[in-house]
Design a protein around this ligand. Structure first.
Ligand code: ZN
Length: 97
């Protein structure tokens, strides 16, 4: 009788897929961010903020219902039409409380 050669199922090896072994899968929250927008043309593209932001300690609740303890203003201009503007942010900086 002929010896039966067990056909070994060939497994695809050597091809690494996905993240490297041992790498941790960080849990990241997805947080929608509100971009400031040019009032002239509607673009959200802007130039870099100029200088230091003006900051005022002031607590309240923003339009989205989030608590803030700082209001800041940053000077910039629209990258599309060049309109100058000041971006106002309501920020929560727990370290300042
Ligand atoms: Zn613009």
């Amino acid at each position: 009788m002929a010896k039966k050669k067990a056909a070994k199922a060939k497994r695809a090896t050597g091809r690494k897929r996905g993240r490297p072994a041992g790498a941790k899968n960080k849990q990241r929250d997805v947080v929608p961010g509100a971009l400031t927008r040019c009032k002239m043309c509607g673009s959200t593209d802007r130039h870099k903020y100029e200088g230091e932001p003006r900051v005022m300690l002031s607590a309240g609740v923003d339009q989205d219902g989030n608590d803030y303890n700082v209001i800041s203003w940053r000077r910039t201009s629209c990258a599309t039409c060049g309109q100058y503007r000041v971006d106002q942010f309501f920020e929560m900086r727990p370290e300042l409380e």
